[in-house]
Design a protein around this ligand. Structure first.
Ligand code: GTP
Ligand code: MG
Length: 417
């Protein structure tokens, strides 16, 4: 699979699907833009030549061009977004760090993460922070603890967002356009509705970081009930974290089955986001702390004693397995949710433009007929005009046909892919 550490290429990562689709759609929009530019100069030429009466649509064509440019701008910013939720201290921030293979987010016992933290890729060589309050003032990543920790005195609002722009060349997920959002514990804030509206409506995947030492709690359940009432069938993964504790316990298999039963019951029967068959595939028994430590060790940071517990290999394997399923899910979901809209808008624009061009064609044909009937009076002069109009008509016909066909073929093949 594509999981091979930080800096190296990963040709088979499922995340590539998103990048490839983004590239394809971008190419199609470039074609559409070229088509519209052609149409633009064509229509302008007709208006200028005065061959056709009352053709006044170059403004309209220009508007189409603006719209396509707008779509292309949004497209360039499109990404895959995953939001992590769970109660305080369940290990949300640790999980994200493990996935990023670097200790970027502050973690700790007690209530640590105080506001929303969004980690996204940047092309610069050094990481920096941007706050909502001062979006034009990049801040040093060193100030993250001060800004984002509940223990600090300079508190931001709980529903405020700090963007962490982290160098893409340091992390594969960020390079592939994944954006990861960390949140404060859902048990410490009353403002869940606001959170959902502000941070969740464009999320492709939700990861509930649960605590395998206890069980799924009502606060966690309520949150996802709210989410699923706002979004139809959200993609939810559940990490039963802190499973390293199982190294010290009896009846581990029974506890595991209990967690699994309750979680699947929640996903499938309660919030009804998937059927039972798929439910079990969305639950993972992991230890984010072990995963982070072992990944840091691969990069030369020694693991403190006591972090890797007996049986850790299996939990590391499960963590990696979670990442694989997660990557498949998020890339598919993002392609669908982000690009389907663009594709439909693009198709709509092309169709509008087609109508507009056919209208011109219609006018030119009418005018040829009129010209023919009155030609006896104006013979020679009109001969020339007729030829021009015929040429024009054929040219419009040909162009509309080939351009529309070309664009539609590309859209269809990308959608099929
Ligand atoms: P808040 O930000 O307060 O909402 O918590 P959080 O969910 O982000 O938890 P965080 O990642 O800060 O982890 C809390 C504490 O639990 C830290 O001391 C972690 O090292 C520890 N921790 C996280 N994951 C695990 C795990 O899998 N096993 C064990 N034993 N400890 C863990
Ligand atoms: Mg945290």
């Amino acid at each position: 699979n594509g999981r091979n550490g930080n800096g190296r290429m990963s040709p088979n990562s499922p995340l590539k699907l998103f990048g490839q689709a983004k590239k394809n759609i971008n190419e199609i929009f470039k074609d559409v833009l070229a088509f519209i530019s052609d149409a633009d100069s064509f229509v302008e030429g007709i208006e200028r030549s005065g061959f056709l009466d009352d053709v006044q649509c170059s403004e309209e064509v220009k508007e189409y061009r603006e719209k396509v440019c707008g779509i292309m701008e949004v497209l360039a910013r499109d990404h895959m977004k995953v939001v992590f939720f769970g109660r305080t201290s369940n290990g949300k921030s640790t999980t994200i760090n493990a996935m990023l293979r670097e200790k970027i987010l502050p973690t700790g016992i007690g209530h640590t993460t105080h506001c929303f933290l969004q980690v996204e890729g940047s092309d610069s060589n050094d990481g920096y922070l941007l706050t909502e309050e001062e979006p034009d003032k990049p801040k040093s990543v060193q100030s993250i603890k001060q800004l984002a920790s509940a223990l600090s005195n300079v508190k931001l609002k709980e529903n405020s967002l700090i963007r962490i722009l982290w160098p893409k060349n340091k992390c594969r997920l960020l390079r592939e356009d994944v954006v990861l959002v960390d949140s404060p514990g859902i048990d410490v804030t009353p403002d869940l509705d606001l959170w959902i509206d502000k941070f969740c409506l464009d999320a492709d995947v939700f990861v509930l970081v649960s605590n395998a030492e206890s069980t799924l709690m009502q606060t966690e359940k309520n949150f996802f009930h709210k989410v699923s009432s706002r979004l139809s069938k959200p993609n939810i993964f559940i990490l039963q974290n802190r499973w390293d504790i199982s190294a010290f316990e009896d009846d581990v298999e029974m506890v595991k089955q209990q967690h699994l039963d309750r979680t699947v019951q929640f996903l499938c029967d309660e919030v009804k986001v998937m059927d039972r068959k798929d439910g079990t595939d969305r639950v993972f028994f992991v230890s984010a702390r072990e995963a982070l430590a072992s990944r840091l060790k691969e990069q030369g940071t020694p693991t403190p004693t006591g972090v890797l517990q007996e049986g850790f290999q299996e939990r590391l394997f499960t963590f990696a397995n979670f990442e694989r399923v997660f990557e498949e899910c998020i890339s598919k979901s993002a392609v669908r949710t982000k690009f389907e809209q663009h594709t439909n808008r693009g198709k709509g624009l092309i169709n509008d433009l087609k109508t507009l061009m056919e209208d011109i064609l219609q006018k030119s044909q009418t005018q040829i007929q009129e010209t023919t009937s009155s030609r006896r009076e104006m013979a020679d002069e009109l001969d020339y005009l007729e030829k021009q109009l015929l040429l024009l008509t054929n040219e419009i016909k040909e162009r509309i046909k080939s351009m529309v066909e070309d664009v539609e073929r590309k859209v269809a093949s990308t959608l099929n892919d």
